[in-house]
Structures are given as C-alpha cells and as structure tokens.
Ligand binder design. Sequence first.
Ligand code: TRP
Length: 332
Amino acid sequence: MSRIFSGVQPSGNLHLGNYLGAIRNFVRLQQDYECIYCAVDMHAITVWQNPDELRKNTREVAAAYIAAGVDPEKSIIFAQSSVPAHAELAWIFNCVARLGWLNRMTQFKEKAGKNRENASVGLYAYPNLMAADILVYRATHVPVGEDQKQHLELARDIAQKFNNDYHTETFPLPEPLIFGAATRVMSLRDGSKKMSKSDPSDYSRITFMDDRDSIALKLRKARTDPEPLPDNEKELEGRPEAANLVGIYAALADRTRQQVLEEFAGAPFSSFKPALTDLAVEKFGPIGEEMKRLAANPDHVDAILKKGAERAAAIANPIIREVKDVVGFLQP
Ligand code: TRP
C-alpha cells in the first residue's frame, strides 16, 4: 500500500514558494494516494516561536491546505503536537541515529550559523523527529522540496538501522517525490535569493493571505531587468529576476519555461508582467479569499484539525505499540 506523509512548518508568512513547491502537489497526490498532511508545530519550536503566533500559524497552515484544495474529508489534516506518537518515536530514533549522521546535515549548519553552541538541541535533532513523522505512519512516499532530500535520506538510514538492529521489517524505506524544476521560487526583490518567510520586505513574496490587489501590486513592483524576454531558456542565464518571473508563470500555467518563452519571445516586461498578474490573480487570488474566510472561522479549522488528529492517531497508535514491543518496552 502507498501512503503519503508531508508537513509544513507553521512559522508564518506562507508564500507562493510553499504553494508551488509543496502544497499544490499535496492537492494532486490525493487522487492516487492515502495522504496525511501535518502542520509541524513541534518542528517550528526548534527556533523560538511566540505562543500566540504559533497557534495562529498552525491554523494558517491547515487553512492553506484546505484553501489550496486538500479535501479534509478524504485526506488527513492535523497538528503534529496533537498526536503524541510523533514525540515517542522521535525519542527512540534519537537512540538509533548517530551523531555522525546528524553532523552532516547541511540545514542544521545553515540554521545554526556561527552561533552553534547556542542552537537548541531540538534544532540539531530535528531530522530524527522528521523521520518519526513519516515512519510512525509507515508512509511510503514523501513529497519534499530539493532542500529536504538530505533529511529524507536520513529517515531511510534510520529505518534501515532500526530494522537491522532489531532484526525486523518494522519500517518501509520511504521514497522522496520531488516535483519539477519550477519549484524554486525566488524573491521578487532579488532573483538570487529564495522567496522566504523571513525576508524583511513584504514585497519580496506573495503570500496566501494576499488579495487580488496586493498580488497585482507586488508583481508590478517586482524587480526586472531592461531587456525583453528571449525566445529560449539558455538566454535567461545571468538574468535571475527574468528567469524567476518566467518560472512562476510556467508553474502557474502548468507549462515549461521554454513554452512560456515561445509565447512571449521579444515581449518587454511592460507586457509580460500584466499577463503574469492576470494569471497569478486567477490561480492564487481565490486561495487568498478562501484563506480570509477560514481565518474568520477558526472554530471550523479547529474542528478539522481535531478530526484529523483522531484519524492520524488511529493509524499511528498501533504502529508505535508495535515499535515499543520490538524495542522491549513493557506495555501495561
Ligand atoms: N522539514 C520540513 C520542512 O521544513 C517539514 C517537515 C517536517 C516534513 N516533517 C516532515 C516534510 C515530514 C516531509 C515529511 O520543509
């Protein structure tokens, strides 16, 4: 059986990059898989989160799944901290994963920066919790961006070492599902930086909360260069802003960059930007409107999260029981 697990961190400012790189794919996978989608609040607190913001952002992730088209009747949407089996399995994995493995994780190095001594222990052990998220459901496939591939490799290593150490076949080795090239969405202010929740400029990103007017305004202000669009992808090299806007157009239109360039070859940005704006407003505008409706109705979102947590626990609880038994924990 195939089962999908994926998660998004509730750390605020969900943006077009999260949509095109992740959440949009979550919607499509519902047709072919049993899907479990999580707001990973326990991952979020590996760096400081204001508690009220965390609550708001956890609901925002759930709302984003729903607004983008994840069907909560079909797929499971829930908050990580409400299913304790994640934390229980993460501890066991803390005892399976090796320091040497975690020392290689590039995301920890980036996030901890120079001040490594002051990073939380949770930030360091983050990949073990991520492995637990996936394996506590025996998920077989994990849609992730390029940046999470290394963590997924680690999850496979943990599953394999656990199975070997205990002479069992407790866990499947989860496979990554990496989606196409258009998943790297860059800042609208600087085409060399990734679109990010933490960029101080709100104009650098289009968020799930933006309405049609602000989508249009941000795209109008988006940085470009003075040249018209070329007729082939090769000539986008060295033009990061142009490449980014063409990439966004291609992703939203479900076309390749080359196809987009064939249509807009020779066009100046004064005509490409309005076309991009129309498309972005058409595709992303309704999501923003649904986000507003859901934000005004937190009880509705909470009810979905509660039901999701019950369904998730119903899958995870028998698995964590079995794991504890394998490890040798008494279970009165
Ligand atoms: N680490 C992922 C990210 O930052 C989020 C995440 C947590 C996740 N647990 C997961 C993704 C399990 C896939 C599967 O994007």
